[in-house]
Write a protein that binds this ligand. Structure first.
Ligand SMILES: [Zn+2]
Length: 76
């Protein structure tokens, strides 16, 4: 599990990260203005094809993180 952020994002900040990620494919921390690291979160059953694709966006500085649920569909 990630280190718990001392000052978690507000819902507005989290939403901004999600929108940026959805719109541009990348996101940066609204507080630190640093690119957020991405980690794919596996559901453990990708072989079935129904695993939900999730991306974990993590700021390396303030250690806040946002779970981004990919929508259905396969954009490349
Ligand atoms: Zn940050």
């Amino acid at each position: 599990m990630p280190v718990r952020a001392e000052r978690p994002y507000t819902p507005e900040e989290e939403q901004a990260v999600r929108q940026a990620r959805a719109a541009t494919g990348t996101a940066e921390c609204p507080r630190c203005a640093l690119p957020m690291r991405e980690k794919a979160i596996g559901g453990g059953s990708f072989g079935l094809g129904y695993a939900r694709r999730r991306t974990w966006l993590l700021c390396p500085s303030c250690r806040n993180s946002v779970i981004f649920d990919a929508e259905r569909g396969t954009r490349t």
